[in-house]
Design a protein around this ligand. Structure first.
Ligand code: SF4
Length: 414
């Protein structure tokens, strides 16, 4: 029997780029993206949303970088994010440099908003040096006015010309670590533009219908445009743009890919933190062991494996259940609330046991059965860890200083 992907038009070959640990293009799975709606300066709020997005199926998350405080937020967010972070830069070149200083895994530039060739080339040159890819994010609603005039409006050709112009600047500095989007809020326009883009470029394409609006109409528009292109073998990474909680975007993206047979269905949702300077345990090893044990049980829940009890339970408080490391112990939590503390060697076993009970008895019952001293023990461990490693285990303040100095230089250099 033919597989779903064999029944669709074969995927158009593209180059492959790496956005952090996620490969985009080539034979990499089509990835799902979403964008945070928090202020990027709000580190804890943004991280919490990023974890929710990752649990809902987002492979890459974009955050706006529109001011120095946002860039400083990124310096704290990037080392603690479970998925690669792309910074969205609109009007100011210095925000691109600040985001690069913060350590982001990718940039998105809008050619309609950032127009000076020397500025574009400068950013591309630095992205090249740092090995950071850039998305050329053309948008019909903010097309370069001269290009729009030449084409009599935002036509498919106009969108492609805008991308080609940006690409030409990038090539002048030898930079081609690129993916391209040619989005529009009109579904027929974006479909036609992406078809043209797939003929003109062999760079990975990021698909999306912009400003699609609230569900259900926004979901239908996104599915009509993105789905049509995917069935034609066009598209390497996708984003729904909904006027809604971005978790709905991530979920819709994942469900569309699953419906088309382009990604495998998720039973267990296991999320793990990236294991930053705060990590107290071998997150990768524990996550792998937990995944193997839990997948065998086919439990339909979200499970989080987190490196430290300082931030883990808060970052992953939307997971059904999770475990965080700290002081040679594992802190088991349900919906962010610590319910048990176990020796580090028993973390996986305890997690699996509690996950089975959670599925059998429900959240309320398992919260009611929580060990009364667990929260207090976790609080003590958190305090001790903060004392040992300080409040800046990831040395983010060094990056924030670098961002500040860089912005002063960029502003004085004008
Ligand atoms: S070690 Fe702690 S702070 Fe670092 S990413 Fe994991 S949970 Fe977050």
């Amino acid at each position: 029997m033919l597989t779903p992907s064999e029944l669709l038009t074969p995927r158009r070959p593209t180059r492959q780029i790496s956005v952090g640990k996620v490969k985009v293009g080539g034979d990499a799975p089509i990835s799902v993206q979403s964008m945070t709606t928090t202020k990027t300066a709000d580190v804890e709020g943004t991280l919490e949303q990023i974890y929710r997005l990752a649990a809902a199926g987002a492979d890459i998350v974009r955050c706006t970088c529109n001011e120095e405080e946002a860039a400083a937020g990124l310096a704290h967010i990037v080392p603690r994010s479970p998925v690669p972070i792309v910074a969205d830069v609109h009007f100011h070149q210095e925000m691109a440099y600040a985001a690069l200083e913060a350590g982001v895994h990718g940039l998105r530039l809008n050619p309609g908003n950032l127009r000076k060739p020397e500025e574009i080339k400068g950013i591309a040159a630095e992205a090249k040096d740092r090995g950071v890819p850039i998305r050329i994010g053309v948008n019909a609603g903010s097309l370069h006015p001269e290009i729009a005039k030449r084409h009599g409006g935002a036509t498919p050709e106009a969108l492609i010309e805008s991308a080609e112009l940006e690409l030409a600047y990038f090539r002048e500095v030898g930079f081609e670590d690129v993916k391209i989007s040619v989005k529009a809020s009109s579904v027929p326009l974006m479909v036609a533009a992406y078809r043209l883009a797939s003929e003109r470029f062999d760079f990975p394409l990021h698909l999306g219908v912009t400003e699609a609006g609230p569900p259900p109409a926004g979901l239908i528009k996104g599915t009509a445009g993105i789905g049509a292109l995917l069935t034609e073998g066009i598209g390497d990474t996708i984003r729904y743009s909904l006027t809604a909680d971005p978790v709905e975007e991530a979920r819709a993206g994942r469900q569309l890919l699953e419906a088309l047979g382009l990604r495998e269905r998720q039973g267990l949702d296991l999320i793990a933190c990236p294991s930053c300077g705060r990590a107290e345990v071998d997150v990768i090893g524990i996550a792998a062991a937990a995944q193997a044990a839990l997948e065998a049980l086919s439990l339909p829940i979200q499970v989080a494996v987190m490196g430290c009890v300082v931030n883990g339970p808060g970052e992953a408080k939307h997971a059904d259940i999770g475990i965080a490391g700290g002081r040679n112990k594992g802190h088991l939590f349900i919906k962010g609330q610590i319910v048990r503390v176990v020796p580090e060697a028993d973390m996986v076993e305890a997690l699996v046991e509690e996950a089975q009970k959670l599925v059998a008895e429900g959240v309320e019952a398992r919260l009611a059965a929580a060990d009364a001293s667990a929260e207090e023990e976790a609080r003590r461990d958190r305090e001790e860890l903060l004392e040992i490693k300080g409040s800046d285990a990831n040395h983010a303040s060094e990056k924030v200083d670098a961002i500040h100095e860089r912005l002063i230089r960029e502003r004085e250099g004008r």
